[in-house]
Design a protein. Structure first.
Length: 383
């Protein structure tokens, strides 16, 4: 039985710390329905990338507090974990996270089809196949970026999933692998996979260097070729093309959206999460007032209170919000308190009061002398 977690957002993002009533209900395999209007025009205009060790459900809940319409993606879940591990744990999410896609890692069409049914039954809005991650683990498992060398196999995987479910199936990939620089490689890859029923392609505008570089280097070292992604949209105007890689500002997003259908943010959304707060107004034309950072903090505290009651470690949640006050006065002091593992281990939410006091203290000017005034995120990263 698949379990989804349902939490209520604090009304109006208030500072009320009253524990949210959290209910869990079973989702049966035949209850595959979409919770978000995925047919809406340009619904994936802005996305946050699937990032290993980063975009878990606590991170995604935090991001959803900042933006209602940005499309969110889970960390990659392998077919092995879903079929032979704890499926309920792999599929758990907060109802407020919609629109939400789950990224699958695998290369066996039959197993991917079985997993797709589980994902659809859990009420995700999209299934994404990972054909872009260059980690050694995925290379050994013959999936991730290595699959780009086997477009027909990817097409078989996509076809099997599309035949199994009614929710959209997308593919996330690179523009090439190793030292190949021919645009025809990625063009033919997209054309082959599209013929199997995939209409959504998320393209990281870098090559994946499979043997020499790890995930971190592959996110920085290979040169960005945005023109390749722009050309894909010209060559396949009927497809939804989403560009990923190296995008950091709203101005850059606006420029790229003149060429492609959507933008996927990676590390920038994690390190500078406040960037997400402006997405609904800029790119979805909503009239909702921009929230205050303190309101977001208060809403996350209410969420954390409910999670603590279920046994979640406080540190598993706070690590994702350390960038909330990035570049604001007192940000370093606030992060320092919320990174204190001894205090976090107590599960006492008064740590937020202490962090707030330090952030607002007149002594915060001393942080200018701090040599390590930026928080550190997990090392295993892709976008």
């Amino acid at each position: 039985m698949i379990i989804a977690i349902h939490l209520s957002l604090p009304t109006g993002l208030t500072k009320n710390r009253t524990m949210q009533k959290n209910t869990r209900h079973p989702i049966h395999p035949d209850e595959a329905s979409c919770q978000y209007p995925v047919e809406a025009k340009n619904c994936r205009r802005i996305c946050v990338a699937p990032m290993m060790n980063w975009t878990d459900r606590h991170c995604r809940y935090f991001h959803r507090l900042l933006t209602r319409h940005t499309w969110l993606y889970t960390e990659m879940v392998t077919t092995e974990a879903l079929l032979r591990g704890n499926a309920a744990q792999c599929l758990a999410f907060n109802e407020e996270e919609h629109p939400l896609a789950l990224q699958l890692g695998g290369s066996d069409p039959g197993e991917l089809a079985r997993c797709a049914k589980l994902v659809a039954a859990a009420h995700y809005d999209e299934i994404n196949l990972n054909c872009g991650c260059p980690s050694g683990r995925m290379q050994r498992g013959a999936f991730g970026a290595r699959l780009m060398a086997q477009p027909e196999r990817v097409a078989d995987c996509v076809r099997a999933m599309c035949n199994a479910v009614s929710i959209p199936v997308s593919v996330k990939h690179r523009i090439g692998i190793n030292d190949g620089t021919d645009y025809a490689f990625v063009r033919d890859f997209v054309g082959t996979v599209a013929s199997a029923g995939c209409h959504i392609f998320i393209v990281h505008a870098r090559n994946a260097i499979l043997e020499e570089f790890g995930p971190k280097e592959n996110s920085n070292v290979p040169p960005l070729r945005y023109d390749y992604v722009h050309r894909l949209k010209c060559d396949f105007p009927e497809l939804e093309i989403i560009l990923n890689g190296g995008i950091q500002t709203i101005e850059q997003i606006e420029e790229h959206l003149t060429h492609v259908d959507g933008i996927m943010l990676g590390r920038q959304a994690y390190y500078q999460p406040w960037l997400l707060a402006g997405m609904d107004g800029h790119f979805y034309q909503t009239s909702t007032p921009l929230p205050q950072r303190t309101e977001i903090e208060a809403a996350f505290i209410a969420y954390a209170e409910g999670e603590l009651a279920r046994g979640t470690d406080l540190s598993a949640m706070t690590r994702h919000i350390l960038g909330l006050y990035q570049d604001m006065p007192g940000a370093y002091s606030w992060r320092r308190i919320l990174s204190d593992q001894r205090k976090l281990a107590t599960g006492d939410l008064r740590i937020f009061d202490e962090a707030r006091d330090h952030r607002l203290s007149p002594a915060v000017f001393t942080e200018r002398n701090a040599l390590t005034n930026r928080h550190t995120a997990p090392r295993n990263q892709t976008d």
